[in-house]
Design a protein around this ligand. Structure first.
Ligand code: GLA
Length: 517
């Protein structure tokens, strides 16, 4: 096969039946066509999603010879073309975004084929390249929003919510973009009927990918997967539960759906009108506009908007623990803030996060919590012993307990973990003190959480590959009097307190958790 730029292709059978002169003529003619290729103009690529929404990429290009300038815009990003190579009809463009903490680059390979622009877009190292087909469009479409100046800082009063760490369920860890109305109702049904509600689970939280388009007034609508948000909220409320929603301070969420940028008050009002009780607000594309040290005023905007919405809404900050959020989260009305990147359903991810929370304990307390991310318990990537460790550690950390598994298909062992009332009581202890590590010997760590009335929760964690004998000396708990009683919260049995210490064989990746009175 002989290819003459993208427009003229000769089949091998044709090739053999043609004279050399004819081929030479066609080559010259093809080269003339190629040289005439001009991608200048405004282009739009639309990628339809199954939920009825469309992801748009705008390319405004100007070609002079083989040099191309212009910009590429999506809902979450704007890249100015700073370099172009190639030609006559296939170009590689480098786009650069100057917003955020440091310049970011994207590459686009564009090829004009007939009246289509075939675009291979590589915008992030961790995202697969997108193959797009763009068509000519009117100039000025999908303009990138202007930078909005963050507000002056002030103190947003506490909303009186989340006196203990929020408990509930969130769709993301298991369902990601597959969450829909039926799935949320099913989760609410499960919580209301399987003992989780009695154990304290309240919030049924929809994560990313519920968003549809904004209308002419700028009001956000849900997409096809969520036909009626108010009816859904009413349903969840009818089960005696509360409902949560998700957005971003940027123009786009992390799954590249519309965020609340420039629509904060309007969105807070919409959530309130629909009847939502909880908002997870995820930095995502805000990082393409603002620097990390602007997070506080940017989050304050939504803190104010929620307060003005007329409904009490838990405010959950999700910016991956950057910019020392624990020092300013409560000032902007935050009830909890993520302290880390995303958890994965794997022992290494869970332990890296969980055992790394020791230093920020003092910043947690009633109404405002460190959030080491949602639970992976029951998602299949860890053993039952490891999930028990995960749940125990989160309880000792006074972490929000947001189950992230499929509640319709839950095994008895997993349900038993999620509804262990003694462990939950440690998490929900009204003193609201986050636990701390009191010892680390090789792979063995002992953590202690101060509880009301001078009681202590103790976690003996064995991160090693073999069973280990672990010992806690009562004196190390710094209790005012010698313990009168100690209970193993997984074995549901008292352990002796008459000796000065207690020893247990802790299985590999397992935990022994005590409540010492
Ligand atoms: C980020 C958050 C996750 C989840 C996804 C949704 O990665 O940290 O918890 O909300 O976005 O896109």
């Amino acid at each position: 096969m002989v290819t003459l730029c993208s427009r003229l292709t000769l089949d091998r059978s044709l090739e053999t039946s043609m004279t050399k002169m004819t081929i030479l003529f066609l080559l010259l003619a093809g080269a003339a066509v190629c040289a005439a290729a001009d991608v200048s103009g405004n282009w739009l690529a639309q990628e339809p999603r199954t939920d009825g929404t469309v992801r748009r990429t705008f390319l405004d290009l100007k070609q002079e010879g083989t040099h191309i300038t212009g910009e590429v815009r999506t809902i979450e990003d704007r890249f100015e073309i700073t370099d172009s190579t190639g030609g006559p009809d296939v170009f590689t463009l480098t786009g650069t975004s100057q917003a955020g903490n440091a310049p970011r680059h994207a590459t686009y390979t564009v090829k004009l084929v007939g009246d289509e622009l075939q675009v291979m877009a590589k915008t992030r190292p961790n995202r697969p390249p997108a193959e797009l087909v763009a068509h000519r469009t009117a100039p000025g479409g999908g303009a990138w929003p202007a930078r909005l100046q963050p507000p002056v800082l002030h103190s947003v009063p506490y909303n009186g919510l989340a006196k203990t760490p929020p408990m509930g369920w969130n769709s993301w860890n298991k369902f990601a973009s597959k969450v829909d109305d039926a799935g949320v109702r099913a989760a609410a049904d499960a919580i209301a009927s399987n003992g989780m509600k009695e154990a304290g689970y309240v919030y049924v939280n929809i994560d990313d990918t519920w968003e549809g388009e904004r209308d002419a007034q700028g009001i956000i609508h849900s997409n096809k997967k969520f036909p009626d948000m108010k009816a859904l909220a009413d349903y969840v409320h009818s089960k005696g539960l509360k409902i949560g929603i998700y957005s971003s301070p940027g123009p786009a969420t992390c799954a590249l759906y519309p965020g609340s940028y420039g629509h904060e008050e309007q969105d807070a009002k919409t959530y309130a009108e629909w009847g939502f009780d909880y908002l997870k607000y995820d930095w995502c594309s805000a990082g393409n506009i603002y620097k990390d040290d602007e997070m506080q005023p940017v989050y304050q905007k939504m803190g104010d908007a929620l307060r003005a919405s007329g409904r009490k809404i838990v405010f959950s900050l999700c910016q991956y623990g950057r910019n020392h959020v624990w020092t300013w989260g409560p000032d902007i009305g935050g009830n909890l803030w993520r302290t880390t990147g995303d958890i994965r359903d794997a022992w290494d991810s869970m332990t890296k996060i969980g055992f790394n929370q020791a230093d920020i304990g003092p910043y947690a307390g009633p109404g405002h919590w460190n959030d080491p991310d949602m639970l992976e318990v029951g998602n299949g990537g860890m053993t039952t012993a490891e999930y028990r460790t995960h749940f125990s550690l989160w309880a000792i950390l006074a972490a929000p307990l947001l189950a992230g598994n499929d509640l319709q298909h839950i095994s008895p062992e997993i349900l038993e973990i999620l509804t262990n009332k003694d462990v939950i009581a440690v998490d929900q202890d009204p003193a609201g003190k986050q636990g701390r590590r009191i010892s680390k010997t090789g792979d063995q760590e002992i953590w202690v959480k101060d509880l009301v009335d001078g009681a202590k929760a103790v976690g003996l964690f064995n991160r090693g590959a073999d069973t280990a004998k672990m010992t806690v000396k009562w004196a190390d708990l710094q209790m005012s009097t010698a313990p009168k009683n100690a209970k193993d919260l997984w074995a549901h049995a008292d352990v002796p307190v008459d000796n000065p210490e207690y020893s247990a064989d802790v299985p590999s990746h397992g935990v022994v958790m005590l409540r010492v009175q």
